[in-house]
Design a protein around this ligand. Structure first.
Ligand SMILES: [Zn+2]
Length: 95
C-alpha cells in the first residue's frame, strides 16, 4: 500500500498500540502520538486589566494551558496546513 507520509501521520514507530486521548475541540478519541499538542501561556487576569497592571510595572503571572487537538481540528484552526505531495516528501516533520 502506498504511504502518504513516512510516519503515517504518527510518531509511534514499531511500539504497538498507543493510548487514546480525547480531542479538546471535538471530543474525538485519537492515539496520543497522533494528536497535535499546543501549549499557550495564558494570563488568568482580564486583558484590559493586565495592560493597566503592566503599565504600572506589576508582574502579571501566566499559566501554561496545554490542549490536544485531532488532525482535523488542527487543520481547521490553522495549526497544521495541508501540504502537496512534493512538500510532504521534501521535509520530514511529525505530521
Ligand atoms: Zn478534534
Amino acid at each position: 500500500m502506498a504511504k502518504k507520509r513516512k510516519s503515517r501521520g504518527r510518531g509511534k514507530g514499531s511500539k504497538g498500540k498507543a493510548k487514546l486521548v480525547q480531542c479538546d475541540n471535538c471530543g474525538a478519541w485519537v492515539p496520543r502520538d497522533k494528536i497535535v499538542r499546543v501549549t499557550r501561556w495564558v494570563s488568568p487576569v482580564d486583558p484590559q486589566l493586565e495592560k493597566e497592571l503592566k503599565a504600572k510595572g506589576a508582574i502579571v503571572p501566566k499559566v501554561p494551558i496545554t490542549k490536544n487537538y485531532c488532525v482535523s481540528c488542527a487543520i481547521h484552526m490553522g495549526l497544521r496546513v495541508v501540504r502537496s505531495k512534493k512538500e510532504r516528501k521534501e521535509s520530514y516533520t511529525r505530521l
